[in-house]
Design a protein around this ligand. Sequence first.
Ligand SMILES: Nc1nc2c(ncn2[C@@H]2O[C@H](COP(=O)(O)OP(=O)(O)OP(=O)(O)O)[C@@H](O)[C@H]2O)c(=O)[nH]1
Length: 321
Amino acid sequence: MAERQQGRDPGAQEREHRSGFACLVGRPNAGKSTLTNALVGQKVAITSSRPQTTRHTIRGIVHRPDAQLVLVDTPGLHRPRTLLGQRLNDLVRETLSEVDVVGLCLPADEKVGPGDRFIAEALVATPRSTKVALVTKTDKVSRERVAEQLLAVSRLGEELLGGFADVVPASAVTGEQVDVVADVLLSHLPPGPRLYPDDELTDEPERVMIAELVREAALEGVRDELPHSLAVVVEDVEAREPLPGQRPEDALLDVRVFLYVERESQKGIVIGRGGARLKDVGTRARRGIEALLGNRVHLELRVKVAPDWQRDPKQLARLGF
Ligand SMILES: Nc1nc2c(ncn2[C@@H]2O[C@H](COP(=O)(O)OP(=O)(O)OP(=O)(O)O)[C@@H](O)[C@H]2O)c(=O)[nH]1
């Protein structure tokens, strides 16, 4: 385990370009959202400006000349209450196993407790990513206390995860060490090209989750009759212009989704008599998507028949569908 507390890397310009995904986890109130915003340097996208949104996966992008870090902010792993909650937890875990770096946030002003341990233990199940610990809110305590916390956190890492790759203290409020956090997260990314244009924020994880929610709803009750490989492609997610007096984050989101089936008969099953079933699928999926994004959503579903080879979403994407 290495502790890195200061220092930017000179020579960053000459290094090979890196890119990848990171995810901040931690128990409620650990400072994930604040740190995400500090790292990205601005409030992020549609969802992040509302309270409670950290139930959902949101992201910002840290742009550097030599690296690009796509930050997926999650709430951590809350206990499932509803099926949707369970589904979201699964998606959080899925997200965690797909990112390159996971930053476990632990506030400096509270002792390492069972909540932190619960999350650190959950990280054991996602071995692919590099685990770093971020000791947050250092401005709230003395330097001695920060040092103590760094030790306690290191011990937790050693006990459960074979050590954190790095342990970094930072304050998102004063900005102290935020650049070091960025450097450390970036240092664990694999070499790779820029993933997004410099000023872009995209909604890829949301798209994956939206597709999942629609697929779930579309298959409910007809799993035996429909192929499990029913392809769901999210065509478009677009925020409408806010109405006069409306906050931008309250504006309706238009979400357009295509469902691809293999045969005309399956199309009939999805749509149902007089379109009744599709309407029902749309209503249920929309509720899930609204819970996911924290926005009101207008969901448009279209069912299309496509031959077998065209039902692979990757193929479809490649073909520009
Ligand atoms: N003093 C100080 N307060 C902080 C810092 N970072 C976060 N906070 C405060 O701690 C509280 C929780 O911060 P959030 O960023 O919302 O925490 P979170 O982990 O995203 O919380 P959930 O959304 O509940 O998962 C807020 O009141 C923040 O203002 C920090 O660096 N210093």
